[in-house]
Design a protein around this ligand. Structure first.
Ligand code: SF4
Length: 476
């Protein structure tokens, strides 16, 4: 969600006349789009702002803006702790950034603007996309759940759904720009439609993407077991361009802990959904998120998590050690576990999941997979002379292209020759190679841009170039 918001920030700044800073040239504007979900986000932000202080003293015209979840949480505290920051904006008003930069420049004082609710759905803002072949499309923002460990509802607010017509229009706009793969985004995609009274809206949306010519792959993240309905499984299985991949957070396998987390499904219901998914799509790759060491978690609770993990046969899991997020109910719970207990359980879980992921991956050896070639996903590609990309089920594949001039955005077929726990290797050469428009555009360095609606706001732009400045923005 944050990565996609950064694409919106970059798109808006470009529309306002800013250009990306070139090479090592000092930027005129630096934008931090912060996340509060990960541990230590504040230390990282204030540390980085500290590093920028000398650059700001040397060039007082350089502007620093801080947005995103941490800004929504810390608000005016940011300019107290780092008075050289020019603009602070929250999660509900990312569209205000150009205006706030202009106002800070004009008034020569810091502008802090945080709204309590969404000003405009972020997808109505222009976006400069990072990938020529794959794009994010938001279906909703915010969340109506109240998981006790999670800071999202207090920072992103209640769920706001976008109308299906708008979602599909944005998907079409991306496909017109050559994009082959779209990931539909929402904090809880399964409750999509709650705002306009259609609990089957997400399944219908998936089916509607099937009618978009040129769209080869549709993914979505994240579903919530509590709201998962059978029609979504049917839509996944019956819509040819929807990938057989499901990332569904489990968080804990203990019903007692799930209750304390205020996650209103139980492990039995979770496993039943997986069974239904596998019945409809035997080739589905299922991944999950798990938190270890939630306050009060006993060894027995943890064993229940290991049991569910064994039964679920996840292709992979993002595993997290519980750590307090100030402002969440779980941070106030007694029985916070000692770090060494959490670490020891975490290590056991990771070892088990690695073993299971490897087992699942070994089943892929000998199979032919279709790979959408990606950019930057294979750290060792240069030394191994391989390229990398994702199979339809989301698995990472490193393959030998032989003499073929394969580009990111192209589609190849290849057979898996070796399985590692977290990736697959295909060294037997290509079975087929399809050059695509996404590949042409990625080779030419063209990134998709999607237009937004400015809602009649007056236009604010970059200042006239300063004599010594090279000009530019950087959002990250
Ligand atoms: S469903 Fe996800 S986003 Fe919503 S409160 Fe729970 S963990 Fe947070």
């Amino acid at each position: 969600m944050n990565v996609h918001d950064s694409e919106r920030l970059a798109g808006m700044l470009e529309e306002a006349g800013y250009t990306p800073a070139e090479g090592d040239a000092p930027p005129d504007v630096v934008v931090f789009n912060t996340c509060a979900v990960r541990e230590n986000a504040d230390n990282k932000l204030y540390g980085t702002l500290g590093h920028l202080a000398p650059a700001k003293s040397a060039n007082p015209d350089m502007q620093i803006a801080v947005g995103g979840c941490l800004a929504q949480k810390d608000q005016g505290e940011i300019v107290n702790r780092a008075p050289w920051v020019d603009v602070v904006f929250g999660t509900h008003n990312i569209g205000s950034l150009p205006v706030l930069l202009e106002r800070a420049r004009h008034n020569r004082e810091a502008q802090v603007e945080i709204l309590d609710s969404l000003e405009t759905f972020p997808s109505t803002l222009p976006a400069r996309r990072d990938s020529a072949y794959s794009g994010w499309v938001s279906v909703s923002v915010g969340c109506n759940n109240t998981c006790t460990f999670c800071i999202v509802p207090s920072l992103r607010g209640k769920e706001k759904d976008r109308r299906p017509g708008e979602v599909l229009a944005e998907v079409r706009a991306l496909v017109d720009e050559g994009v082959l793969e779209v990931t539909l985004l929402g904090q809880n995609v399964n409750s999509y439609g709650v705002e306009f009274g259609d609990r089957y809206a997400f399944g219908k949306l998936l089916r509607a993407t099937g009618g978009i010519e040129g769209l080869e792959r549709v993914r979505f993240t994240s579903p919530h077991p509590k709201d998962f309905t059978d029609d979504v499984i049917a839509a996944m299985a019956e819509t040819p361009n929807v990938c057989h991949q499901l990332h569904m957070p489990l968080q804990s396998g203990s019903d007692r802990v799930l209750k304390a987390m205020r996650r209103s499904y139980r492990s039995g219901r979770y496993l039943a959904i997986l069974e239904d998914v596998r019945r409809a799509m035997p080739d589905a790759a299922i991944t999950t998120d798990i938190i270890v060491g939630f306050p009060g978690e006993t060894e027995e609770d943890f064993q229940a998590t290991l049991d569910v993990v064994r039964e679920a046969r996840f292709a992979g899991a993002f595993t997290f050690q519980y750590s307090k997020r100030p402002g969440t109910p779980a941070a106030e719970l007694p029985d916070q576990l000692p770090k060494r207990v959490v670490q020891e359980r975490y290590d056991r879980l990771v070892a088990l999941q690695n073993e299971l992921s490897w087992e699942q991956n070994k089943l892929q050896v000998g199979r032919t997979v279709e790979v959408l070639v990606s950019h930057g996903e294979g750290r060792k590609d240069a030394e191994t002379h391989r390229l990398s990309g994702r199979a339809r089920d989301g698995r990472l594949v490193h393959f030998a292209p032989g003499d073929a001039a394969v580009r990111p955005g192209d589609v190849v077929e290849t057979a898996i020759t070796y399985a590692a726990p977290h990736n697959l290797i295909a060294d037997g050469g290509l079975i087929s190679h399809r050059r695509t428009r996404a590949g042409d555009r990625s080779e030419a360095g063209i990134k998709p841009k999607t237009a937004g609606v400015t809602l009649g706001l007056p236009k604010f732009g970059a200042p006239e170039p300063l004599p010594a400045a090279v000009g530019g923005c950087s959002a990250g």
